[in-house]
Write a protein that binds this ligand. Structure first.
Ligand SMILES: C[S@@+](CC[C@H](N)C(=O)[O-])C[C@H]1O[C@@H](n2cnc3c(N)ncnc32)[C@H](O)[C@@H]1O
Length: 265
């Protein structure tokens, strides 16, 4: 493992929740609620959407059957549907990979609503990469901070893109839960080391011989993070929501910036 990959792995592993806290948690602090990941009818025009759309248009112009888009860690399919919007779309098929079956159900329902041919593969990337096959565009939004061993994950993303295709990764500049670190200290006396960053991910890509284009931008839309949601993330019982609400008032506002990394296969 290269130095950058080791830094990433150490920082990501340090994001874990100690067993004693996890065992006492009244609800699973990690599982994402599919209701928070419904893809919008009119996606935001972000650098990620622009990059994926451009790759899809290029692939569609070269072939005669439209572009295929693979969405890794698809959730409800924000990334794939954004590339396919608006009509006339260069995207003729999308494939969603996720380890949560309920996310894939949301993805499939949204594809049916839009009349977009689709498939799903349930499982953990890169284990299911063989089943997913190769595509013109590979998108992967907000998944890297779930991964400890990053090189095989990134290598499989690159290998899933056809020659002349490309990969679009979207991530936050630090772990999406890093803004809660002061609350882990306050409620659990747990002091975390700094999060893995987007620059750490770019350094891991460099160790793989990949130099992505990097776009840093401000996010117009945010996932919910009210006191009840934060209470569950902190492994606390619901009757402490009031205390958490008080503590949240002392926190600096959550960062709203995001990063898009783009590279060709
Ligand atoms: C934060 S959500 C992002 C969903 C979507 N990409 C978006 O941007 O709205 C992360 C998703 O990745 C999935 N996930 C995390 N690690 C994964 C892995 N190694 N393989 C497949 N899915 C994964 C989770 O189940 C979850 O649905």
């Amino acid at each position: 493992m290269g130095d950058a990959a080791a830094v990433w792995a150490r920082r990501q592993a340090a994001r874990g929740i100690p067993d004693a806290i996890r065992r006492a948690a009244p609800a699973d602090p990690w599982t994402h609620d599919p209701a928070d990941f419904a893809p919008p009818q009119h996606p935001d025009d972000t650098p990620s959407r622009t990059a994926a759309r451009a790759l899809a248009e290029r692939a569609a112009a070269w072939g005669c059957s439209g572009a295929s888009v693979l969405d890794v860690g698809c959730g409800g399919g924000d990334a794939a549907f954004a590339a396919a919007w608006p009509d006339p779309s260069p995207v003729s098929r999308i494939l969603g990979v996720d380890r949560q079956a309920d996310m894939l159900a949301k993805f499939a329902a949204a594809a049916r609503d839009r009349g977009l041919p689709h498939g799903t593969v349930q499982g953990s990337w890169p284990d299911v990469a063989g089943e997913a096959g190769r595509h013109d565009v590979v998108v992967c939004h907000h998944v890297l901070h779930n991964v400890v061993d990053l090189p095989p994950f990134l290598t499989a993303l690159t290998a899933a893109a056809r020659p002349a295709g490309g990969v679009v990764v979207e991530m936050l500049p630090e772990h999406p839960m890093a803004w809660l670190d002061p609350l882990w200290a306050r409620f659990h006396d747990l002091h975390r080391e700094p999060s893995a960053t987007d620059s750490d991910a770019v350094a891991v890509l460099a160790e793989l011989g990949i130099t992505p284009r990097v776009h840093r931008w401000q996010r117009p839309r945010r996932h919910p993070h009210d006191a009840a949601w934060v209470t569950r993330r902190l492994c606390l019982p619901a009757d402490r929501t009031g205390e958490v609400a008080d503590a949240l008032r002392d926190l600096p506002p959550r960062r709203a910036d995001a990063v898009t990394l783009v590279w060709t296969a």
